[in-house]
Design a protein around this ligand. Structure first.
Ligand code: FE2
Ligand code: FE2
Length: 299
């Protein structure tokens, strides 16, 4: 588990300003997430909370009926969505929609392309889910999806709260063909992983998600949810290798030599039998679904 030292926290506050000015996670999303994690919650209970936010409800239903899920039946009520998709899946949907609205596009600020950023993030989340399922861990698919969606969220916080500094860092990393987090570390003394952790803690996200956000470049340091963090990292690499969206890191790598591969293989040795090339094709086929998802969930 990564702990933030007082010194790093101070440095972050110095750059991004008062933590109170960071977006809050809408109350409804926080409540739904909490309820969906408890085995005692009922569909009616969650639907009742969601109904208090009609805009959110209508987006949930739109995504539920989109090609992203490819359901055969029309889902026209929250209760049905909760039954057909499951409470966990709906809560992840709510989380995604809420994150998009917490960080809307800022007109005129173009260096760090937010549309591309979200394609990268949701692509990473979706691929992480496909990988978890392929490795026989469907119960973790929601957790790895949100972990993937949020892994680079610190970059958006930096783009929003320290726009000029972050634009400079982003440009330098591109020009020197280096990873953004390396340039961040050098210039700021901290990275988007730590900034993301500040937000994750403010939002009271579960520890597994805090680790996915704060350790996605260092999955070997994860203690609570190493499989989740390693799968998110792996999905991140898939996105980069296939230029899916733009997370802003262009640094080269050899996929099977990455630490995430070894970590996952330790827990799931069967990963060695996956034909990477074929799997990459399969994942690329999924990307249209991800774009549809983003368009509807952000629209
Ligand atoms: Fe990152
Ligand atoms: Fe990324």
């Amino acid at each position: 588990m990564r702990e933030l030292s007082g010194e790093i926290r101070e440095k972050i506050i110095e750059i991004i300003g008062d933590l109170d000015s960071l977006p809050t996670l809408p109350h409804v999303a926080a409540q739904v997430m909490e309820l969906s994690m408890s085995s005692k919650s009922s569909v009616r209970e969650i639907a009742k909370i969601l109904e208090t936010d009609p805009a959110l409800t209508s987006k949930v239903l739109k995504v539920a009926n989109s090609a992203f899920y490819g359901l055969k039946q029309q889902v026209n009520s929250l209760e049905l969505a909760l039954v057909v998709l499951g409470m966990g899946e709906v809560s992840h949907l709510v989380m995604s929609i809420s994150v998009f609205s917490a960080f809307p596009d800022i007109p005129g600020k173009k260096t760090f392309n937010r549309e591309q950023f979200w394609v990268h993030s949701a692509g990473c989340g979706h691929f992480a889910r496909v990988i978890a399922r392929r490795l026989g861990e469907p119960a973790l698919s929601g957790e790895v999806f949100v972990g993937g969606l949020l892994h680079d969220i610190g970059k958006v916080v930096l783009d929003e709260k320290a726009h000029d500094v972050f634009t400079d860092i982003f440009t330098q990393a591109q020009e020197e063909d280096r990873a953004i987090y390396e340039v961040e570390k050098e210039r700021l003394g901290f990275t988007h992983e730590e900034v993301g952790l500040v937000l994750a803690q403010k939002w009271n996200l579960p520890l597994s998600l805090q680790e996915a956000i704060s350790l996605h470049h260092h999955p070997e340091d994860a203690e609570k949810a190493q499989f989740t963090v390693a799968v998110v990292r792996m999905a991140d690499l898939f996105c980069k290798a296939n230029e899916i969206g733009y997370g802003g890191d262009t640094k080269g790598f050899v996929f099977t030599e990455d630490v995430s591969w070894a970590l996952v293989q330790k827990i799931k040795p069967e990963i060695a039998s996956i034909d990477i090339e074929k799997f990459t094709f399969e994942l690329n086929d999924e990307i249209k679904k991800v774009r549809d998802f983003i368009n509807i969930a952000r629209g």
